[in-house]
Design a protein around this ligand. Structure first.
Ligand SMILES: [Ca+2]
Length: 472
């Protein structure tokens, strides 16, 4: 019977996709996992041979590997803003610097997030992980398209364990809260608590899937891992030969495996699109593989091209590789098309429909004849002009120089000039058509002192245990 059912449900999905948006009870669930600071070369499907990622390997084997998927910024807050709204962070006042604790700025609640789009067509929406689009109530997920939230409001290095203090004010950090819905319920007290973050986020996500198995859901999992500081529990560290960076990637892989298994156990695998990617280039200890670049800094490929997989058995072909250029800003318009949600028409949305590439369709074409790397780079075909590490523009041909080692700007001045003028026009249009971020008159810290909420492991009812931090 199972085969029978699967065959027909799969047929219905494909017919629905051919005919347009999916309506009614057959709406697919969406899982969007967004890793923090993982690079293009950190997982098996993208060539890593040190980190053991059997679940991501399986996801690639059963699904679609996108070799040219780009985020639109090299840091957490702007990258997440762009993903959530389909709009360049610079257009909505969320570029420049990341959000800090007790900041008056955040994602403008008037922006239309993926959560808003999904809710508009009846989805249950949940976020489990790191939000980082403002920690004040007006900016938190429940006010921005999500029914459920559990996780940290900003990065895990914004805590008292960071002895350098606040990057700008140098003030010591207040305790890093764990938020449930709109309220702090616990805090991350030490490395042992830090080492729980991947697992508890997965636990909560699985509860959400089980609770909503009868209804369409959108599950957003912006993991706090593999952002620094990185801690591993003893058993996981030992399993990874004492390499905490490797242990962190492998924990992410375990999280993926648990989600895949849960979807299969509940017979939701053939009605769930699972997207896996990362928010920016690799932080210290992580890898960009064959690409040049890392987290932050200029816009070489490794800064912005991410290890991306999509999985939907019966709809996405197994073992597919899609080379069409796609971008994180495309996720909102693509998912909106998939589920039949309307996109706002009163504002500029930069992302384009990339659904055929996300679904691994045979003839998927990139909607990006030109791809912009913020206002610092432009790609047309294989040619890329980018503001380099020293501030000067550099020209590369990615077809035979993927690692961006041979600057051809002196050899192709006419082409460089043409690309430069397109990039200038893009930057001009962007600065002429912006929308303001959310801005409050007053703000406050979510938690001021340790002890005003339980330690994370006490909140979870766990005994004390040891965790090891990565060594430099
Ligand atoms: Ca990040």
């Amino acid at each position: 019977m199972k085969t029978h059912y699967s065959f027909f449900s799969c047929l219905l999905f494909n017919l629905a996709l051919l005919c347009g948006p999916v309506f009614g009870a057959d709406k697919p669930n969406i899982v969007l996992m967004f890793i923090d600071d993982m690079g293009y070369g950190d997982i098996g499907p993208f060539g890593n041979t040190v980190n053991q990622t059997p679940n991501l390997d399986r996801m690639a084997r059963e699904g679609n590997r996108l070799s040219q998927f780009y985020v639109s910024n090299t840091a957490c807050t702007p990258s997440r803003s762009a993903l959530m709204t389909g709009t360049y962070a610079a257009r909505i006042g969320m570029d420049g610097t990341v959000c800090f604790p007790n900041e008056k700025r955040g994602l403008n609640p008037k922006e239309h997030t993926i959560g808003d789009a999904m809710k508009s067509v009846g989805y249950r929406t949940g976020i489990f992980g790191k939000w980082h689009l403002g920690d004040q109530r007006a900016f938190l997920p429940l006010q921005n398209g999500f029914d459920e939230y559990f996780g940290i409001p900003y990065s895990n290095d914004m805590w008292p364990g960071n002895l350098k203090g606040h990057r700008h004010t140098k003030e010591p950090y207040t305790p890093l809260p764990i938020i449930r819905q709109n309220k702090p319920v616990a805090y991350v007290s030490d490395g042992a608590d830090q080492s729980l973050l991947c697992e508890v986020i997965t636990d909560e996500a699985i509860k959400f899937i089980k609770k909503n198995k009868e209804d369409p859901f959108f599950l957003y999992m912006p993991h706090a891992y593999v952002h620094l500081p990185r801690f591993g529990r003893l058993d996981l560290a030992n399993k990874a030969d004492g390499n905490i960076d490797r242990a962190a990637v492998e924990e992410v892989d375990t999280s993926v495996g648990r989600i895949l298994d849960t979807l299969k156990e509940l017979n939701l695998d053939e009605k769930t699109l699972f997207i896996f990617t990362s928010d920016n280039g690799p932080a210290r200890g992580m890898s960009a593989g064959p690409l040049r670049g890392h987290k932050g800094g200029p816009k070489y490929e490794g800064h912005m091209r991410e290890p991306t997989l999509t999985w939907w058995p019966g709809t996405i072909p197994a073992g597919k590789v899609t080379d069409a250029i796609t971008a994180s800003i495309d996720v909102l318009p693509s998912l909106a098309k998939l589920v039949g949600a309307k996109m706002p028409v009163d504002r500029i949305i930069d992302g384009k429909d990339s659904l055929s590439a996300l679904l691994g369709e045979q003839k998927a074409q990139s909607p990006h004849d030109i791809l912009y790397y913020e206002i610092d780079g432009i790609r047309r075909g294989n040619w890329k002009l980018v503001r380099g590490a020293k501030g000067n523009f550099e020209l590369y041909n990615l077809k035979n120089d993927l690692a961006e080692t041979s600057n051809l700007i002196e050899k192709r001045p006419k082409l460089a000039k043409e690309l430069q003028s397109l990039l200038d026009a893009h930057a001009g249009e962007l600065s002429a058509n912006t929308r303001p971020p959310g801005m409050l008159e007053h703000s406050d810290f979510l938690l001021r002192v340790p002890g005003s909420a339980p330690r994370l492991r006490d909140y979870l009812g766990l005994k004390d245990f040891e965790a090891i931090e990565r060594s430099e």
